[in-house]
Design a protein around this ligand. Structure first.
Ligand code: SIN
Length: 480
């Protein structure tokens, strides 16, 4: 499949630049192992230059009328949708997900611009009276300034736009570090946003092969006021520590370990279809992926057997093949980890109901796998699996199951399937997670608050609140 890789240089101040060193990043296709492109690898000096450009550009962008920013964001939505197929193919090439998922990702990514074009003109403030009656209290929400955006490879487009669109809507400028594995989509998006009218310097994209030095330089730039990150909890912790040195505002969208609960009274076919979505969406490599399946004893056999049948039917392959539903794992090293976790679970008494093997190369493919009879404290239940492996745990006692579901430092999302709405809401409220799918296997929506409790993150993305993460709050005590 011939797909143009698009730009491969750094995008700083509206210009394509070579990196200040000659280092490059090799992008490979995870389905074939083929070399796709070499991308300029930005140095700390390049990160600094991008922050400098963002600082200058933001001063003007912040003074534009909200309506003007809204119209620009609306044009960004249009241009991404006009290039939906081209961008989707680029995602498949560098990330490997099926073309249908990649096409859906571009619509999802673009929607953050449309949603935030509507929010740009609705940033609220307030005017109140001090209780003493002595003065007025005026509250407004100016932009933060320069925002550093660091994103993962599993959604090469949408994880950028989920941060970038509200940041721009509020009047900020951004310096983006795209993922090392998938920088091409980010660079092409930057080119399109520029065509759509985003002023030079407002969006800068600087890939790097030395994330830590890059991040240090970006954090230390005096104009940088905020870090927005999506990725693992482990990396999030270290970025938080580093951001603390300059007391930067942060939004962290970190790891998950989602429980997926099926009660005896659930519509089992709906639960199986929800389980396939929650587990297998985007080749099972999402932080919202169902990670532990708690199934009530009365339906565990029926659920497991139907779930296994549905998993067996999933076509694994190259994302460009028309019928592919699950692509490769993006990182080859993951195959070894998954093999180890599955092996340990089996040694501890789990049963492989379907799958359980890697596929011989080329490409990093693992079979959709269902493990039955898994113990709630098996090591695999502690890991964010990020691969098509579904451990099923039987439960009989609801309180005990909820304790087990909550026995994790993560709290991003949970799923509950039952026909009894009272039980569904009660269990949803008791699961310690920022998002719940109640009789649904997908929750992501630019109009809804995305984010986690506990060590799954800080702050929320999307919804009417998301834009305020990219704003300061200023109070003016006012006499007139
Ligand atoms: C993620 O996996 O990081 C995001 C998933 C989503 O937006 O649905």
């Amino acid at each position: 499949m011939t797909v143009s890789p698009g730009p491969t240089q750094l995008f700083i101040d509206g210009e394509w630049r070579d990196g200040s060193s000659s280092a490059t990043i090799a992008v490979t296709d995870p389905a074939t192992g083929e070399h796709v492109a070499d991308v300029a690898a930005g140095s700390p000096d390049d990160a600094h230059a991008a922050c400098e450009a963002a600082d200058q550009a933001q001063r003007h962008w912040a003074t534009t009328a909200p309506r003007e920013r809204a119209e620009t964001l609306r044009s960004c939505w249009s241009i991404l949708m006009e290039h939906q197929d081209e961008l989707a193919r680029l995602i498949v090439r560098e990330e490997g997900k099926p073309l249908s998922d990649a096409t859906g990702e571009i619509a999802y990514a673009a929607e953050f611009f449309r949603w935030n074009s509507e929010e740009a003109v609705r940033i609220r403030g307030s005017l109140g009276e001090a209780p003493s009656g002595s003065n007025r209290i005026l509250v407004r929400h100016p932009p933060v300034g320069v925002v550093v955006i660091v994103t993962p490879w599993n959604f090469p487009a949408a994880m950028i736009t989920r941060k970038l669109a509200p940041a721009l809507a509020a009047g900020n400028a951004a310096v983006i570090k795209p993922p090392r594995d998938t920088p091409l989509t980010a660079l092409r998006i930057a080119e399109l946003l520029s065509e759509a009218g985003v002023p030079d310097g407002v969006v800068n994209v600087v890939p790097t092969d030395d994330s830590s030095a890059w991040f240090d330089a970006a954090v230390d730039h005096p104009a940088t006021r905020m870090v927005s990150f999506t990725g693992s909890t482990e990396i999030g912790r270290s970025l938080l520590k580093r951001s603390a040195d300059r007391v930067l505002k942060t939004v962290m969208e970190l790891g998950g370990n989602a429980p997926f609960v099926v009660f005896d009274d659930a519509d089992i076919d709906a639960a199986v279809s929800g389980a396939i979505t929650a587990k297998m969406r985007h080749s099972a490599q999402t932080c919202t992926a169902a990670n532990r399946f708690f199934v009530e004893a009365g339906v565990v056999d029926e659920f497991t057997s139907k779930f296994a049948t549905a998993m067996r039917a999933i076509k694994v392959g190259n994302g460009f093949d028309e019928d592919t539903e699950c692509g490769p794992l993006v990182q080859a090293a993951k195959l070894d980890e998954v093999e180890q976790w599955v092996g340990e679970a089996v040694t501890a008494g789990a049963e492989i109901v379907v799958g359980g093997n890697r596929r011989e190369g080329p490409g990093n493919f693992y079979e959709p796998t269902v493990l039955g009879n898994v113990s709630a404290d098996d090591p695999i239940t502690r890991e964010e699996i990020f691969a098509p492996v579904a451990p099923v745990i039987t439960f009989t006692d609801v309180d005990e199951m909820i304790d087990q579901a909550n026995d994790t430092e993560m709290g991003l999302i949970g799923y509950v399937f039952t026909r009894d709405l009272a039980v569904g809401l009660d269990v949803s409220e008791r699961i310690q997670a920022g998002m719940i799918g109640l009789n649904r296997g997908a929750v992501s929506d630019p109009a809804a608050p995305f984010g986690g409790m506990k060590q799954s993150g800080l702050g929320r993305e999307g919804s009417t609140d998301g834009i305020y993460e990219f704003c300061e709050t200023q109070y003016i005590a006012l006499d007139y």
